[in-house]
Design a protein around this ligand. Structure first.
Ligand code: 5RP
Length: 226
């Protein structure tokens, strides 16, 4: 199968990230198509004897991890992860992220925040000078989502209820996602705090001050930023 340029970048970044996984580690398994390649590589390492456990951040990731024979655990067994590896939709020069394009932002944040180290894997298109071109995913409770959307609109956004194949998209946690287009996000931390104060908002796709290392697929190689 011939892969397009973006997919090659995702694959290269994902494969590189797998090199950071060491024997005995408990790993946070992020979500998305870049993470898929990391999981595939990890599966090969597990076949060769690598002893790890992973906590998946979405049902889709759980399915892939099982397909690749990666042993899984959960937060009833493990309080702290050694390393989380996750994708992102946008990364700014301060390593602030927009995540949630796949709708898994809440579980991703729980996994990433409870890890000693977070590595973000992306293709080149995800590097931006300022967050906000990608509509910010905000997970909200389904009850009264229309009112919550209005309150988010008062903060300067145009929120759009996420749909998939014509149906309302429901997250792995049973919530809705509002994709919120802001003119610009000049202060991600302040915006995150403002959104979190709104009744009905469960979590935002802004991941602030969490990332330790970014691996960017670039051609057949990678660029690493820390
Ligand atoms: C899912 C996410 C993903 O990590 C993000 O959307 C990146 O996905 P991909 O690697 O497919 O571009 O946040 O909620």
């Amino acid at each position: 199968m011939v892969l397009d340029t973006k997919t090659i970048q995702k694959k290269t970044a994902g494969q590189k990230a797998a090199e950071f996984v060491k024997n005995g580690m408990t790993i946070g398994l992020g979500s998305g198509s870049t993470v898929y390649w990391m999981l595939k590589m990890l599966g090969e390492q597990v076949d060769q004897g690598l002893n790890i456990k992973g906590i998946p951040s979405s049902l889709r990731t759980e399915g892939w991890a099982k397909e690749f024979n990666i042993p899984l655990t959960d937060f009833s067994q493990v309080q702290r992860l050694d390393l989380a590896i996750d994708g992102a939709d946008e990364v700014d020069p301060d390593f602030n992220l927009i995540k949630g394009g796949g709708g898994s932002l809440l579980r991703e944040k729980l996994v990433d925040a409870n890890s000693d180290r977070l590595i973000i894997i992306i293709d080149e298109s995800k590097m931006v000078y300022q967050l906000g071109k990608f509509p910010l995913p905000v997970e909200v409770v389904s009850f009264g989502w229309e009112v919550t959307a209005q309150r988010i609109g008062d903060l300067g956004a145009i929120p759009e209820l996420r749909k998939k194949d014509g149906d309302i998209f429901v997250s792995n946690n049973g919530n809705y996602i509002l994709d919120c287009k802001f003119k610009q996000i000049s202060n991600p931390k302040e915006l995150h705090n403002q959104l979190k104060e709104l009744l009905g908002v469960v979590e935002t796709g802004l991941f602030i001050g969490m990332t330790d290392l970014v691996i960017v697929g670039s051609g057949e190689s990678v660029k690493i930023y820390e």
